[in-house]
Design a protein around this ligand. Sequence first.
Ligand code: SF4
Length: 379
Amino acid sequence: MTPGGDEYVQLLDASGSQSKRPLFGLSNEQLTEAMHTLGQPAYRGKQLSQALYRQWNTTFDDISTLPKDLRLALSDTGFVVGLPEIAETFRSSDGTERYLVACGDGQTVETVWMPGGDGGEEGDGTEEAENLRATICVSSQIGCAVNCQFCLTARLGLLRNLTAGEIAGQVVAVLKRQNVKIGRDRINLVFMGMGEPFLNYDSFMDAVRLLVNEVGIAESRMTVSTSGIVPGIIRFGAEKVRPKLAISLNASNNLVREEVMPITKKWSINDVLEAVRRVPLRAKERITFEYVLLGGVNDRREHADEVAALIRRANIPAKVNLIVWNPGPGVDFHMPLAEDVARFQSRLMLGGIPAFIRRPRGRDIYAACGQLKRTLKSS
Ligand code: SF4
């Protein structure tokens, strides 16, 4: 969670021997408070916020709206600008880019840029469904503790949570690299990279608020995917400002789901659906169920019929995004056959559930779903 004001005062009172504190990640109010502690008026906080979140400045020298002595004072007090930097880029033949983004402690985290979108917005009932937009896939943790059996990220285990600044910073680093102009260009964010956002809930939601309030990206352009962390879903439902919700379902019954997603032993499919039913939806909003098709495991006709029945029974406005499993070294699953993918989709549609096949993006650079493991090479 982003630290509160008391911590600033401590930092600002200190002699400068403490570790550097990134400004990027602090809310407008926190920046104003930091300025206040340096004897500065509130408008200096606003200028700092603009420099960080609108102009995407990376050094104090770049922040020309602040006087030089104030920039020096900030630096002397132990602050750094702190916008994360892209350390490495891998480019796919389909235009997708996968980045290793450097965090302050020498760790890296993965972020993916998909210039034509990821297909996940299809069927949303909005005009964007016809006009695909670029999508940034954002990580919320380094590694992940959830242990989905088909996912390469799970092999890392959980190394640590990301801060709000590190989550929002991935987005800004990519926007800057791609020369995106907020207000002119259309951008979707999906919180579907490394990690389980609802197991780093406070930092994730702080990052969402920064991206909405300071960077200027509408929350309706954002989707968060969870493996089904029930307390997180319930909290999320009570948020005033929140992204759209996707549930990573991946099985039609608890037996299969426990095999591929052991978290099901803690929260069953029914527990998850009950929590989702309590999330108040906005006009036209639907819940997305993500379903990774694993050849011979969850891709049979009866599985499709079971999924359709589950969603109908739950009575949730929903669509299903089908994702063809992406192979990875050491993960013992098979890709589904093309005809089984097509049959799965048509069985869902016959069962009254809108279903879309997500186009795989950046498979050759390990940028596709379930492939994010900080791999240092292309395929
Ligand atoms: S699929 Fe998502 S929740 Fe599951 S292990 Fe991978 S990163 Fe974690």
